[in-house]
Design a protein around this ligand. Sequence first.
Ligand code: LLP
Length: 405
Amino acid sequence: MTTSIPAQALENMAATYGTPVYVYHAEKIKEQFARLQNAFNKETTTFFYAAKALTNINILRYINHIGCNVDCSSVNEVQLALHAGFEPHRVLYTSNNISFEEIITAKELGVHINIDSLSNLKKFGERFGHSYPVGVRIRPNIMAGGNLKISTGHEDSKFGVPLEQVQEIIDLIKTTNLHIKTLHIHTGSEIKDVAVFAKGLNVLFEIVQEFSEVEVIDLGGGFKVPYKPNEAGTDIEELGRSVNMAFAQYNQTHNRQLKAWFEPGKFLVSEAGYFITKVNVLKENATRNFAGVDTGLNHLIRPMFYGAYHEIINLTNGDAPHKKYNVVGNICETDNFAEDRSLPEVREGDLLVFKNAGAYCFEMASNYNSRYKPAEVLWLNNQAQLIRKRDDMDDLLRNQVTAQF
Ligand code: LLP
């Protein structure tokens, strides 16, 4: 089952809203959520959409509408989630290296909190004792994820409390009466191998014996989605079977009722996104054909930042014979989207669409070169709705204060 937006609809949206423009396919998000729900035991598994992937308030509202919970990475995301209509008990805040004041704010908002340092755990215990259950993020010392920038569980990683310091958490429970409800890990993004999740789970099953009040094992996000044609993502159905079985066995053997939480970002929204751009300029030289589009790394940084691959479609000349192109942006430094990419012949004015543009694309966009951030459009029930206006000059000047001289 693959849900996608028809080419003509994408072309119409480019005509209506201009380019570059991000388009998100609501039903694809719903389909991905259904896949998760079907793969995992509903009684014991809860999903929290990692909002950081895409925080347009309408996407958050839609995630709420389809019944998925939300995971936040800043107190501002928590506020956005509440604004989008999530009740506090359906909001999780997985923080890292934040101030204690921010943790207090999250507590006052009544959401679930995962704390990732001994320092903040100690302050929390001393201040609130047993009155407010929290989670603790463990660094399981597992290397995983698509590249080092998005690997978060290894021995050199800044995230969480290192496994070798677990005894110190146990000591804090004794000295401050801290109420630890959740053990959390997130080892990275784009983890294809189901065995990595099983390994992380085993690490937590080992130590959870020491935490009698823990009710939840939170395995974070990181499911890989396909980016290239015919590429495989994480086998969600297999992962579901393995996690379901591991929890059932553990709970039975140890007479506990541990629940599983996950925080998928890319899995829910990556493939729902399309970034439509227009070719401004073609340049040919001895070694390369350049197709210069009306956007750059300011709007889609993943290829330059992570070496990420985004499939590109020539929307308006798809049947033409293929040639190789460097698809490049209009920013004042090298901003390749693709090198030596075989595409149906590209003409000036053609529309090129980047796929997998739902997760960490608009969300990581900036106004570099004083370009406007693109518009965002939701495609739902075969209809387009504008969900963010393209920036204008007022947005570039907003918050700037005129100095006297
Ligand atoms: N939970 C926590 C605690 C996280 O830090 C993240 C992602 C997730 C869940 C969701 O991971 P996902 O399911 O989306 O892989 N900007 C990078 C990805 C950074 C991920 C950061 N944390 C990219 O564009 O590839």
